[in-house]
Design a protein around this ligand. Structure first.
Ligand SMILES: [Zn+2]
Ligand SMILES: [Zn+2]
Length: 75
């Protein structure tokens, strides 16, 4: 089963699902389609934090304001 690769950011102490780790079954598919859990939703795939992704320096993308704003702000 494929898993979300979750990054743990040290500065804000958040876990952020960065990308999907494809398992061997997914890699073997012609379009590398990821597996889907019983719910059929990609975001419900299991999450795993790799040792090397723990305490990553910095803040997660939402804390950095990288995710698109929900409304416009004037300054
Ligand atoms: Zn898989
Ligand atoms: Zn954060």
């Amino acid at each position: 089963m494929c898993e979300w690769r979750v990054i743990h950011y040290a500065d804000c102490n958040h876990n952020f699902a960065q990308s999907i780790n494809r398992c061997d079954a997914a890699r073997a598919r012609p379009n590398q389609q990821t597996c889907l859990p019983a719910s059929g939703r990609e975001r419900d795939l299991p999450r795993s934090v790799d040792i090397q992704d723990q305490n990553t320096p910095g803040k997660c993308p939402p804390c950095l304001g990288i995710s698109p704003p929900s409304s416009e702000h004037s300054q």
